[in-house]
Design a binder for this molecule. Structure first.
Ligand SMILES: [Zn+2]
Length: 92
């Protein structure tokens, strides 16, 4: 399953290349030449992502919907809870 660039939604094969444990390089999008998903780097410190979600930045929502929740690594129940929370967030 392909990932999506959070800037332009262009399909990318992977979001990063890991050279060694803890040593990764983020992939640039072939279409817009920006980093495809800079949020993948801050998996432990989700504060930046949370702030960008509060500020309604589209790339934060694209990261969450296209590159996290859309992957097969999460089970269906977790995806339903996330989608429900995002829907509640939008409606409030
Ligand atoms: Zn792009």
């Amino acid at each position: 399953m392909d990932y999506r660039c959070v800037q332009c939604r262009f399909a990318v094969k992977t979001l990063f290349v890991q050279y060694s444990p803890g040593n990764i390089r983020l992939i640039k999008c072939e279409n817009c030449k920006y980093v495809a998903d800079e949020y993948i780097e801050c998996t432990l410190c989700c504060l930046i992502l949370l702030i960008d979600l509060i500020l309604h930045k589209p790339k934060a929502y694209r990261h969450l919907l296209c590159n996290v929740l859309h992957q097969d690594t999460l089970n269906v129940e977790v995806k339903i809870v996330f989608y429900y929370l995002i829907l509640l967030w939008i409606l409030i």
